[in-house]
Design a protein around this ligand. Sequence first.
Ligand SMILES: Nc1ncnc2c1ncn2[C@@H]1O[C@H](COP(=O)(O)OP(=O)(O)OP(=O)(O)O)[C@@H](O)[C@H]1O
Length: 121
Amino acid sequence: MPKESFLKNRIRSVGYAFKGMFLLLWTESSIKIQFVIALVVTAAGFYFEISSTEWALQLIAIGMVMGTEGVNTAIEKLSDYVQPNEDPKIGLIKDISAGAVMIVSIISSIVGLIIYVPKII
Ligand SMILES: Nc1ncnc2c1ncn2[C@@H]1O[C@H](COP(=O)(O)OP(=O)(O)OP(=O)(O)O)[C@@H](O)[C@H]1O
């Protein structure tokens, strides 16, 4: 069988990644909530006419939260696949993975407060 060209291979990989992104948004409730929050803060960004730097920080924060949530979801699914039964090691792995999302969420919330609190009060 002839080897697939580099470009075709890359296009196929990007297709799989988009499929994964839509699957996440369609099926996972936690990321749906984060998506709604992302829409609300994006609307707030337009309403308060935040600066280019503030937009950049806000977009990085949104991307970090949703990206780590995606990885957390993948770790949860992999954990359930390799060990469907109760297992303290799996519990610890899932807790650490959720903890990573929590760190990013707390820092992102602080970024949001730094941007919006001075504009509101
Ligand atoms: N197989 C398991 N063995 C031991 N503890 C587990 C196991 N599965 C889950 N847990 C514990 O329950 C917590 C929640 O796990 P779960 O996979 O339900 O995540 P969740 O945050 O509820 O996920 P979702 O995003 O699907 O709502 C874990 O962080 C872990 O403490």
